[in-house]
Design a protein around this ligand. Structure first.
Ligand code: PBG
Length: 325
């Protein structure tokens, strides 16, 4: 007998065979592209910590999104940089806020695009925390009311999906109730269910101008060491009416993505966050990594772990790369 009789390499021999055997496939419709929107006209400020990403005014955002849609990416998530910040984050829930204005414009100018909004106060508060302060802690119940106003203002502007990222307890339930009571029963809630207090949000906080002025977010975001707790968060959000659950960040939490995918029957999203993006960009600039190969490998791994949707700053590039083959 010749050894070995089972040869795994048989199935890897040709590009066509590898294509046939692939267990995971990326598709542009898997991706959600984040954008940062700020007041003004003709504004396109590059974010130094996130090369290739910009703070955009609404007019430029609309042009950008029209191009994005042509690549096959169906959805964007919007973050706002307000003209002024205060203790209550009031610009986050005014009718003519920057995100509300952007949503209305996108719904009109870019039909076919699925518009998602991030619901959180940290970009709008002068202290940079995700809710209202009581001394140095974020007051959960006082924050809920404001988050729910914010979600409602996004829905009124035309958002298809609202995505609460604050990690307050009970926000999904209250947002669902208030959306339903106001006639927005069809507005989808994508809950940042398992959002960890991670070091990988650094570049985003530059982009959104939202670092906490004191302390950190460990009193409300999840402890990096926990996985069972993620399932508990997911189940709570589902009980409260979440349609899609999200794990964030993605790469250091592939085990959590897998647990959530196996332990639930709802669409699972994962956020390939700013730090995961920027570290590859930085290494690529130094010639240490091939950006395209590394990015596609990461996105594939996130999907292989169980994510149905991936929020990623590579959405547009990846869609183009997939077309190139
Ligand atoms: C808002 C929010 C953050 C991110 C998404 N929504 C920042 C944070 O919690 O500090 C991070 C996204 C990224 O790093 O790409 N709360």
């Amino acid at each position: 007998m010749t050894f070995p009789s089972i040869r795994m390499r048989r199935l890897r021999r040709l590009p066509a065979l590898r294509e046939m055997m692939a267990e995971t496939r990326l598709h542009p419709a898997d991706f959600i592209m984040p954008y940062f929107v700020r007041p003004g006209k003709g504004v396109r400020n590059e974010i130094s910590s996130m090369p290739g990403n910009y703070q955009l005014s609404v007019d430029v955002l609309c042009e950008e999104c029209a191009g994005l849609l042509e690549t096959g990416v169906k959805s964007v998530i919007l973050f706002g940089i307000p003209s002024k910040k205060d203790a209550m984050g009031s610009e986050g829930y005014t009718e003519d806020g920057v995100v509300q204005t952007a949503v209305r414009a996108l719904r009109k100018e870019v039909p076919g695009l699925v518009v998602t909004t991030d619901v959180c106060l940290c970009e709008y508060t002068d202290h940079g925390h995700c809710g209202v302060l009581n001394g140095e802690t974020v007051d959960n119940d006082a924050t809920l009311e404001l988050l729910s106003k914010m979600a409602l203002s996004h829905a009124r502007a035309g958002a298809h999906i609202v995505a609460p990222s604050d990690m307050m307890d009970g926000r999904v339930g209250l947002i669902r109730d208030n959306l339903d009571a106001d006639g927005f029963a069809d507005t989808i809630i994508m809950a940042y269910s398992a959002k960890y207090a991670s070091a990988f949000y650094g570049p985003f906080r530059d982009a959104a101008e939202s670092p906490p002025r004191f302390g950190d977010r460990r009193g409300y975001q999840m402890d990096v060491r926990n996985a069972d707790e993620a399932m508990r968060e997911v189940n709570l959000d589902l009980d409260e009416g979440a349609d899609i659950v999200m794990i964030k960040p993605a790469l250091a939490y592939l085990d959590v993505i897998r647990d959530v995918k196996s332990g639930s029957d709802v669409p699972v999203a994962a956020y390939n966050v700013s730090g995961e993006f920027s570290m590859v960009k930085a290494a690529a600039e130094k010639g240490w990594l091939d950006e395209k190969q590394a990015a596609l490998e990461m996105l594939t791994a996130i999907k292989r772990a169980g994510a149905d949707l991936v929020l990623t700053y590579w959405a547009r590039d990846a869609a183009e790369w997939l077309k190139e083959g």
